[in-house]
Design a protein around this ligand. Structure first.
Ligand SMILES: NC(=O)c1ccc[n+]([C@@H]2O[C@H](COP(=O)([O-])OP(=O)(O)OC[C@H]3O[C@@H](n4cnc5c(N)ncnc54)[C@H](O)[C@@H]3O)[C@@H](O)[C@H]2O)c1
Length: 275
C-alpha cells in the first residue's frame, strides 16, 4: 500500500467518469484517508456521496473554488477531520464558460473569460495560498493539478482553456519554488490525454479529436484509470524529488509528429464520407 497513513484532499469527483473519482478509489485502496470536495451545485447531484461510501465513509465538504472563504473553510475542516496537516492534494477542476455558451475564441465574453480563469486556474493559486497560510501541508507532501497540452500548442476548439492551463502550469512553478524551499513540498501538473469525462466531452469535436490523439500516440490515449495511478505515484514517497514539472501522461502524444494510424484514420473517414 503506497499511501498507507497518508492524508489528503481530493477536488473534482463529479461522477464515475471523473479522473478524480478514479483517484479517490485507488487512493483508498492504497491506504490513504482523505476529504472529498466539489462545487455546491455538483454536491446537489449527490453522486459524490456514493463515492464517499466506497472510500471508508470519507467526509465530503462543499467548496466553490472561486470563493476564498469556501477554500479556507475546506482546509480548516479537513485538518480537523484528518487530525492535522495533509500529505497530498489533488486539484482536478476545470470549466470554460465561453465554450459552454458556444462563443468563438475571437468573440469571447470577457466576464465569462474571467470566470473561466478564476475557476480553472486562479483556484489553484487560491488553494496553494490557503494551504500555505494555514500551514496545512506536511513536510515532503505533494500537490498535483491536472492540465492539458493545449497549454503549449493550439487546439482551436480547446479555446480559452489553453490559456487557462498555461496559467495553471505557471502557478505550479511559482508556488512549487516557495513550497519546496520552505516545506520540502512538491508541486506538479499532469498533462493528461483526452479523456471521456463530463468536462472533456464538453469541448466541440471531442470524439474526433479523441480518435486522432489515440491514433497518434504510440501507446494510445491514457485512460482516467491510468491517470489515477500516475497521480498516486506523485502522492507517494517514490517521487519525492520531482517538483515544478509539467508531466505528460499521454501515451507519447506530445513527442510524436506522425503515425500511420492517423493516416489510416483519415483514409477511413474519407472513404466513409464518399459512400
Ligand atoms: N477530460 C479530458 O479530456 C482532460 C484532459 C486533460 C486534462 N483534464 C483536466 O482534468 C481535470 C478534471 O476534469 P475531468 O475530465 O475529470 O472532468 P469532470 O467534469 O469530471 O471534472 C471537472 C470538475 O470540476 C468541478 N468544478 C467546476 N467548477 C467548479 C467550481 N466552481 N468549484 C469547484 N469545482 C468545480 C466539477 O464539478 C467537476 O467535478 C480538469 O482540470 C480538466 O481540465 C481533462
Amino acid at each position: 500500500m503506497i499511501l498507507k497513513g497518508k492524508k489528503g484532499i481530493i477536488f473534482g469527483a463529479l461522477n464515475d467518469k471523473s479522473i478524480a473519482w478514479q483517484v479517490a478509489l485507488k487512493a483508498h485502496e492504497q491506504g490513504a484517508e482523505f476529504v472529498l470536495t466539489n462545487a455546491p451545485i455538483a454536491m446537489r447531484m449527490g453522486e459524490i456521496n456514493n463515492l464517499a461510501a466506497n472510500c471508508g465513509n470519507a467526509q465530503v465538504i462543499s467548496c466553490d473554488v472561486s470563493k476564498t472563504e469556501d477554500m479556507e473553510n475546506l482546509v480548516e475542516k479537513s485538518m480537523e477531520i484528518l487530525g492535522g496537516q495533509v500529505d497530498f492534494v489533488l486539484h482536478s477542476v476545470g470549466m470554460s464558460l465561453n465554450i459552454r455558451k458556444g462563443r468563438d475564441y475571437a468573440d469571447v465574453d470577457y466576464k465569462f473569460m474571467h470566470d473561466t480563469l478564476d475557476i480553472s486556474s486562479i483556484s489553484f493559486h487560491r488553494l496553494m495560498q490557503t494551504l500555505w497560510k494555514k500551514d496545512a501541508m506536511k513536510d515532503w507532501g505533494s500537490i498535483v493539478a491536472l492540465t492539458y497540452i493545449g497549454a503549449q500548442r493550439v487546439f482551436p476548439d480547446y479555446h480559452e482553456m489553453g490559456d487557462a492551463k498555461s496559467l495553471l502550469e505557471s502557478y505550479a512553478r511559482g508556488f512549487g519554488y516557495r513550497f519546496g524551499k520552505e516545506k520540502k513540498v512538491r508541486v506538479n501538473t499532469i498533462s493528461q490525454s483526452p479523456t471521456k469525462t463530463t468536462a472533456g466531452s464538453g469541448v466541440k469535436g471531442f470524439g474526433d479529436f479523441f480518435d486522432y490523439a489515440d491514433a497518434l500516440s504510440p501507446l494510445g490515449n491514457a485512460s482516467a484509470d491510468a491517470c489515477a495511478e500516475y497521480c498516486l505515484s506523485l502522492f507517494s514517497d517514490f517521487t519525492r524529488m520531482v517538483t515544478m514539472q509539467n508531466l505528460f501522461h499521454d501515451g507519447g502524444f506530445s513527442n510524436t509528429g506522425f503515425s500511420y494510424d492517423v493516416f489510416k484514420l483519415i483514409e477511413n473517414k474519407n472513404e466513409g464520407g464518399a459512400e
